[in-house]
Design a protein around this ligand. Structure first.
Ligand code: IMP
Ligand code: MG
Length: 216
């Protein structure tokens, strides 16, 4: 088993690409750091599950890049399935959790690797893990790219962690803010004005009648 040296990324001052400079304040983890770390994680997972056939259960949508890079580095027989979860909260706070896609593969008696992008409060993974446990797998191990330990509310620990990060809202490499920024190849921190704009947009529009009254 790991825990295989989760790292706090060093401050390294790699410039944000021009395209994203207005929105992204700084790069927290570069694509090269991510690639290197994933190879180490994959080696640890392959060692721990040697001789077993793994069922990789990945949470949609934030794991899209991490999962693709992780499994292409995993030299184990495995089957892949997804669980869809969405938390309908505004802005950067997670709200109520809704399951948008259920598991299709049977995990009964199987070794399960549950993959998520980030372990934050732990509410998501504790609920998903409880759901999986009810399906009677042999064991469940949790693998996350990022861990924000300072934010934990539920008692969930990941067995494989890519990077320990501070309590900052991050985007990129699959992680979003209001469904944007998933396509950035690095993990970065947004400028506060991006959130403030997002919150304004998320506020319900004033009713037509009230607007008309104001204009009158
Ligand atoms: P938790 O339920 O609070 O642990 O949150 C887990 C989910 O919230 C993750 O799967 C992400 O989708 C989202 N999340 C938490 N922190 C961040 C962040 O810093 N950036 C983007 N998404 C986040
Ligand atoms: Mg998400």
């Amino acid at each position: 088993m790991s825990p295989s040296f989760p790292q706090t990324p060093a401050r390294h001052g790699v410039a944000v690409p021009r395209r994203w400079r207005r929105e992204v304040e700084r790069i927290l983890i570069t694509d090269a750091q991510i690639a290197r770390r994933i190879r180490t994680l994959a080696r640890a997972i392959a060692r721990d599950f040697a001789g077993r056939e793994l069922v990789v259960v990945s949470l949609l949508n934030g794991t899209v890049m991490f999962l693709a890079d992780l499994i292409r580095n995993l030299s184990l027989p495995l089957r892949l399935d997804f669980i869809g979860v969405s938390s309908y909260g505004a802005g950067t706070e997670s709200g109520e959790l809704v399951f948008t896609k259920e598991l299709r593969l049977s995990v009964r008696g199987r070794d399960v690797l549950l993959v998520d992008d980030i372990l934050d409060t732990g509410k998501t993974l504790s609920r998903v893990r409880a759901r999986l446990r009810a399906l009677r797998p042999r064991r469940i191990r949790i693998c996350v790219l990022l861990n924000k330990a300072a934010r934990r509310v539920e008692p969930v620990a990941a067995d494989y962690v890519g990077f320990e990060i501070p309590d900052e809202f991050v985007v990129g490499y699959g992680l979003d803010f209001a469904e944007r920024y998933r396509n950035l190849p690095f993990v970065g921190v947004l400028y506060p004005h991006v959130y403030q704009q997002g919150c304004r947009r998320a506020r319900p529009a004033r009713p037509r009648a009230a607007r008309a009254r104001r204009r009158a």
